[in-house]
Design a protein around this ligand. Structure first.
Ligand SMILES: NC(=O)c1ccc[n+]([C@@H]2O[C@H](COP(=O)([O-])OP(=O)(O)OC[C@H]3O[C@@H](n4cnc5c(N)ncnc54)[C@H](O)[C@@H]3O)[C@@H](O)[C@H]2O)c1
Length: 366
């Protein structure tokens, strides 16, 4: 049995002072099965935070790896929470080090870079690689997965969702948030929805995208309407905008990210031959107890609230961290894998192609 199986995992965080790095830090400190090993961040202020937690601070990944490889530092795993366009380069530095890696979403900006990282990670027999599509660990997503896997909606025919919110002005003071190939509503926000939809319903095969008005003076995408088709034949649509004072989004619906206000309105519905369900209300509408000749729109639907029982109120990031620890200990397969992360990136590429050409675009297979 590996030594680290018997004690809390030592975890270092890269990008610990960023928006999401701070969540990871909080959860690593709170989780009884993990302890903080080091903070790695280009921001000089992190030195103070590191001192407060009695761990070393490194200004960059190279300095950290030097200390780790010289044996000065006991570390089992790393959470990489730096800006999107840095993920692949920084992740590659860890390949072969023996450290496990949780890479924040998106895995990469391009499919090509994602594939390079996938190839490298496959050669690494020691480290475990996981992508931080944390929604997979959210109770609402798990509840829907269970409903779908148990075929409680019959055969799925369609899905319809909205992610609409008005980001705060200071969000755009962070330069990469305004840059094409780093920020934007597709790479930053829609990628969550792509992974969630593919986790539930299988691969998205084709996308048609149309862009709406840009309400801010930046080149990045901001309002996009998507139509897509899954490999299964299921069709879907999704509206994304970061420029609307809206009550309809993942965060407003589920309260998943405490920094954002939540209101609990439904933002997504899945439609099946035997039922339909929305998130976050999780009420399944169906005709299960009616005779066959009454299973149609002339008769009142029945309501089943059972799926809500699975919503445990535990933050998805806490569940994700526990899962990452278990994956590092080889107790479970990582959910989600580098392949899964790449699948979501390939959907974003198809969206960008469609926006450029004005035509539907096939999602690359690998
Ligand atoms: N899972 C989620 O819900 C979620 C939410 C927000 C952001 N994210 C993802 O997390 C990543 C970070 O986003 P953010 O909003 O926290 O960004 P941010 O800009 O707020 O923070 C990035 C942090 O990384 C540090 N940094 C930058 N380059 C570095 C380098 N080369 N080495 C070490 N440190 C470096 C910065 O100093 C900063 O502390 C993005 O990829 C984003 O898509 C995920």
């Amino acid at each position: 049995m590996a030594e680290h199986l018997q004690r809390p995992l030592s975890i270092a965080i890269v990008g610990s002072s960023g928006f999401i790095g701070q969540y990871h830090l909080q959860h690593v400190l709170q989780e009884k099965d993990s302890e903080l090993a080091a903070l790695i961040d280009t921001a000089p202020s992190v030195a103070t935070t590191a001192m407060q937690h009695d761990v070393p601070h490194f200004k960059n990944v190279d300095e950290f790896l030097e200390a780790y490889k010289s044996g000065d530092l006991a570390v089992d795993a790393v959470i990489l929470a730096t800006p999107t366009h840095t993920h692949v380069t920084l992740a590659q530095s860890f390949v072969g080090s023996g450290l496990s890696l949780l890479i924040e979403k998106p895995l990469s900006v391009t499919g090509g870079d994602g594939k390079s990282l996938l190839a490298l990670s496959k050669q690494d027999t020691r480290g475990v690689y996981m992508v931080g599509h944390h929604r997979r660990h959210n109770a609402y997503v798990k509840a829907i997965k269970d409903v779908l896997d148990k075929k409680k909606l019959g055969d799925i025919v369609a899905v319809n969702g909205v992610w609409a919110a008005r980001k705060h002005d200071a969000y755009y003071d962070i330069p990469w948030h305004t840059q094409v190939g780093a920020g934007g509503v597709i790479l930053t926000n829609a990628i969550h929805d792509f992974d969630m939809l593919q986790y539930w319903l299988g691969d998205i095969a084709e996308v048609f995208a149309m862009e709406g008005p840009k309400r801010r003076p930046y080149a990045v995408d901001s309002t996009v309407q998507l139509i897509f088709k899954f490999s299964s034949g299921v069709i879907g649509s999704f509206l994304l905008t970061d420029s609307s004072a809206s009550h309809v989004s993942w965060e407003a619906g589920t309260g998943d990210i405490p920094a954002f206000s939540s209101i609990g309105e439904d933002f997504l519905t899945i439609f099946g031959t035997n039922g339909s369900i929305s998130v976050p209300s999780l009420i399944r509408y169906h005709y299960d107890d009616r005779p066959e000749n009454e299973k149609n729109w002339k008769f009142p639907l029945q309501k089943d609230p059972d799926a809500m029982a699975a919503v445990d109120g535990i933050p998805a990031f806490a569940h994700q961290l526990k899962h990452f620890i278990a994956a590092t200990r080889h107790e479970v397969e990582p959910n989600c894998s580098v392949e899964d992360g790449l699948r979501a990136v390939l959907v974003t590429e198809a969206v960008f192609r469609s926006l450029k050409t004005g035509k539907p675009s096939l999602v690359e297979k690998f």
